[in-house]
Structures are given as structure tokens and as C-alpha cells.
Design a binder for this molecule. Structure first.
Ligand SMILES: Cc1cc2nc3c(=O)[nH]c(=O)nc-3n(C[C@H](O)[C@H](O)[C@H](O)COP(=O)(O)OP(=O)(O)OC[C@H]3O[C@@H](n4cnc5c(N)ncnc54)[C@H](O)[C@@H]3O)c2cc1C
Length: 457
């Protein structure tokens, strides 16, 4: 009999988070029983009862203990508690699991493209999945603008194809989250006998995962993306991808003819609202203050659209709930308004008005947060918001950072374009730049060894 605990996952059709939960257990080689509740009323009722009344999928159980949905499961994964519950925790402390030439942080489009290129260049990449295996694109069921797919392609399918391609070229994909990257001090026991020993460079990097595993690597490609900020309001989790979106360029065309709400007051909100006028009946912008943060250029463009009757602005207004269903999409929203601004801070103020508003789609444009915290110990250059700074420009080395051996690609660098195809382009550049760097290292190392051998003669 297997010692593995019994894992059960309740899933339903068209549920990206159910796929993520299954992928997580697959990546750990853990067997599970899947109950698909779509169209199975009895199972659905069973799931609700076992999940303390919650009506969302997935619901994960380990040995009858309710773990919860994807957020709960990935939170346990982050702390290493999931492995402990599964009996596969690794207790080795500060022992290097392995040295790799190249570690890639992230399995979004940038990380996977880098992995394909790095695998083909024989750089044997180890690709760490992070807390969102497959990245942001797994949240969308229809990618209509990725070249080569005239009928469009599902985000998870595109990502899975890329994973297969990366594995075919020798990339190792590993479930885990990088907690920290450090440049090793000379004299560190981790350097003894390892590459970089006795030299004055800071390789290899020490890469520690949140479960305590430690790797060393000669080079690192940070392709850890940026997470769109959300509001944490009721209806958000359930309707994300079903009429609620964080990407107008990606999803706007699916809601042709609908009234649409854009939430935000910066450049992104103005740009998205302007873009959405191509499809919407009317675009409404809800902004929590009186003044927009956006540049004049964008405000002027929005005002032109207001004059044309395509956009209406709702100032001092905040979104507090999204209503609808995954089957029928967004039906309406609840908004609050107070002329003094920031109405959610003034819910007790009698002048705060709460009202329902009919829209068929909602776009959150309240910014992104780059996933770069784990790099802070390297001292690598970032901008004020935490986006990685790379060389850019023309010619080779565009993805180099100011720390030799650390490269950046995709949304973690690019706060402007933030598209799958641009992330893929940068991923390929980062792998090519890293390859050149690793070859230079090897040449320098061989020359050093030849010199030492000649001195010994
Ligand atoms: C709902 C939605 C729909 C979209 N639709 C489209 C579309 O139709 N077309 C289009 O071109 N673009 C679309 N986009 C934008 C597109 O998804 C992104 O531009 C693209 O995914 C960026 O890829 P990336 O690899 O740079 O980052 P991400 O996709 O964000 O991937 C980042 C990866 O890094 C990992 N990671 C994060 N932190 C760590 C860590 N500490 N350690 C290890 N790994 C880590 C994450 O787990 C993840 O795997 C959409 C975005 C969203 C949110």
C-alpha cells in the first residue's frame, strides 16, 4: 500500500484554477482523485457539504482534511506546508541540492521561451514555476492575438505546448517559489570546489526556494512577471475571466456591443478605456478621486471620446461588488460615490451613495506589481515600482541587468507593452544573452585553468 496521503480534488469544466491545482500535484508526482462536478448535482452537493458550504472549485482535500481552493493550496505550497502534509518535505538545511548553469525564474511566456532557447543551446536550464505556474496567460481562455493561431488558442493550451517544447529541448521544470537570490561572498562554503571558487566574481548565485531547497547557478534569468492588482471585492474571484478582466487589449473584443466599466485613473485606465471604445456601446470610467493621475496626453484623448459620446466619466466613484455568473458573465456592478473622493473610506458618511449599475464587462486597470522581491538581496537595479532595469537599446546584451549573470525578460521588466508576444521576444533575447555570458565564463575559466597548469609545470 502506498504511504502517500489520499488527495481528492473537486473540479469543474472551464476552470483555470482547477487546472492549476491539478498541475501542482502532477508536478509533485502525487496521485489524486478528481471529481468533476459539472453536470453532477450529487457531487456538487457533496463538495459544498465537505467544503463548509463554499460553492467554488477547485476544492482540495488531503486525507479528508479540507485544504481549500487554489489560493489556499498555493499559500500552503509557498510555506512548504503542502509538502509536509503530503509527506514529501525535504529536511536538508542549507545544503545545495544541485548546481545549475542557468536557472530561470518563472514559467510564463517569457520564462518558457527562454527555456526553449536555453535548452537548445545546451545550457541545461532549471525552470522554477513560482506561485502561478504558466503565468498570467493561464487565466484567459482565448488568446486571439498570438501569431500563428488564426482561430485563437486557449492560454493554458499555449502554455502547455510551450512547456512540452521546453522539456523536449532538455529544460527541467520544477515546482517551487524562489524566496531569495544572493551573490555569494568569497569564502562561502557553498563556493568550495564549485565554479567560481578562488575567483573574485560573485558567482555562483545562491538561489533559495521557499521550501528551503538551495541551488547554485552561474546565471539567472528573471522572468517572474508582474501581477495585475485586483480589488479583493465580492464577485472578483468568481468572475475573473468571465466578463471581469485585467487586460482590455486581450479581452475587450469579446464583449462587443456591451456597456463596459474601466476602473482606474492612471495612464493604463485611460488607454484601456480609449481602446475599448472600438467595441463598447459606452465605456464608463470609475475613478476614486476627482483628479486623474494620467498624463495630459491620455486625458485629452479620453476627453475627445467623452465629447463624441463614447466615454462617460464617473469621478469619486469606486467599485465594491461585481454581480453575475460564470455561465452568463457580468450582469451588473455595485458602485459607491461621494463627492469628497475615496468613497470606500467614507461608507458611514450619509453623503456616500451606493447604487447598482448595468454593464456587461469590467476591466480593472489599477496597476501591476512586478514580482521582484526575491531579487532584493542581489542589489540588482530596479525602478521605483520594483521593475527590473535592463540595458535595452540595440545590439546584443539588451536583457542584461547591472549585475553580471542576471538577465531580465517579460513583464517583470516591461511595464509598457505587457503582451504575450513581447514577453516571448524578450525571453528569447535573455536566453541568447545568457548563452553568450556563459560561453565567456567557460572560456575565461578554461584560460585560467590553462594558466594555472602552465605555472605548475
Ligand atoms: C487575464 C489576462 C489575459 C491576457 N490575455 C492576453 C492576450 O490575449 N494576449 C496577450 O498578448 N497578452 C495577454 N495578457 C498579458 C500576458 O499574459 C502577459 O503579458 C504575459 O503573460 C507576460 O509573461 P511573463 O512570462 O513575462 O510573465 P507572467 O505570465 O506573469 O509569468 C510570471 C511567472 O513567474 C513566476 N514567478 C513569480 N514570482 C516567482 C518567484 N518568486 N519564483 C519563481 N517564479 C516566480 C510565476 O509563477 C509565473 O510562472 C493577458 C493577461 C491577463 C492577466
Amino acid at each position: 500500500m502506498s504511504d502517500q496521503p489520499r488527495v481528492e480534488i473537486y473540479t469543474k469544466a472551464d476552470c483555470p484554477y482547477c487546472e492549476k491545482a491539478k498541475d501542482l500535484f502532477d508536478s509533485k508526482d502525487i496521485d489524486y482523485v478528481e471529481y468533476n462536478v459539472t453536470g453532477d448535482e450529487e457531487r456538487f452537493e457533496e463538495m459544498i457539504e465537505r467544503a463548509d458550504g463554499r460553492k467554488t472549485a477547485p476544492e482540495v482535500f488531503i486525507d479528508d482534511e479540507l485544504i481549500g481552493g487554489w489560493d489556499d493550496t498555493s499559500a500552503l505550497e509557498e510555506t512548504g506546508e503542502l509538502d509536509a502534509k503530503l509527506g514529501i518535505a525535504d529536511d536538508t538545511e542549507d545544503e545545495v541540492v544541485e548546481h545549475r548553469k542557468l536557472i530561470i525564474a518563472g514559467t510564463g511566456i517569457a520564462g518558457l521561451t527562454a527555456a526553449i532557447y536555453a535548452g537548445r543551446a545546451n545550457n541545461d536550464p532549471l525552470v522554477i514555476e513560482g506561485d502561478e505556474p504558466g503565468g498570467q496567460l493561464t487565466l484567459t481562455t482565448d488568446v486571439a492575438n498570438y501569431p500563428g493561431f488564426p482561430e485563437g488558442i486557449g492560454g493554458p493550451e499555449l502554455v502547455n505546448n510551450m512547456k512540452e517544447q521546453a522539456k523536449q529541448f532538455g529544460a527541467d521544470l520544477k515546482n517551487g517559489i524562489i524566496d531569495s537570490v544572493e551573490r555569494l561572498e568569497q569564502g562561502s562554503p557553498l563556493l568550495e570546489n564549485g565554479p567560481g571558487a578562488g575567483t573574485d566574481d560573485t558567482r555562483p548565485f545562491r538561489v533559495e526556494l521557499t521550501n528551503g531547497d538551495v541551488y547554485t547557478a552561474d546565471a539567472l534569468i528573471a522572468a517572474s512577471g508582474a501581477s495585475a492588482r485586483t480589488l479583493g471585492i465580492p464577485g472578483e474571484d468568481e468572475l475573473m475571466g468571465y466578463g471581469l478582466s485585467t487586460c482590455a487589449t486581450c479581452d475587450g473584443a469579446f464583449f462587443r456591443g456591451e456597456d463596459m466599466l474601466v476602473v482606474g485613473g492612471g495612464d493604463a485606465a485611460m488607454e484601456e478605456a480609449t481602446f475599448l471604445t472600438k467595441f463598447a456601446d459606452t465605456v464608463y470610467i470609475a475613478h476614486r478621486r476627482e483628479e486623474f493621475r494620467a498624463e495630459d496626453y491620455w486625458i485629452d484623448r479620453v476627453e475627445e471620446k467623452v465629447e463624441d459620446g463614447d466615454i462617460e466619466i464617473m469621478k469619486n466613484t469606486e467599485l465594491v461588488e461585481v454581480h453575475g455568473s460564470q455561465e452568463a458573465g457580468v450582469d451588473h456592478v455595485t458602485l459607491v460615490r461621494n463627492e469628497k473622493g475615496h468613497p470606500t473610506d467614507r461608507l458611514d458618511d450619509p453623503e456616500t451613495e451606493e447604487f447598482d449599475f448595468d454593464v456587461g464587462a469590467v476591466f480593472l486597470a489599477i496597476g501591476h506589481t512586478p514580482n521582484t522581491e526575491y531579487l532584493e538581496g542581489t542589489g540588482v537595479k530596479m525602478d521605483d515600482e520594483g521593475y527590473l532595469r535592463t540595458m535595452g537599446g540595440a545590439g546584443g546584451g539588451q536583457t542584461e541587468t547591472d549585475v553580471p549573470g542576471i538577465f531580465g525578460a517579460g513583464d517583470v521588466v516591461d511595464y509598457h507593452y505587457q503582451q504575450a508576444v513581447t514577453a516571448a521576444g524578450m525571453g528569447s533575447k535573455a536566453a541568447l544573452d545568457a548563452d553568450e555570458y556563459l560561453e565567456d565564463l567557460e572560456r575565461a575559466q578554461s584560460a585560467g585553468e590553462a594558466e594555472a597548469a602552465a605555472a605548475d609545470d
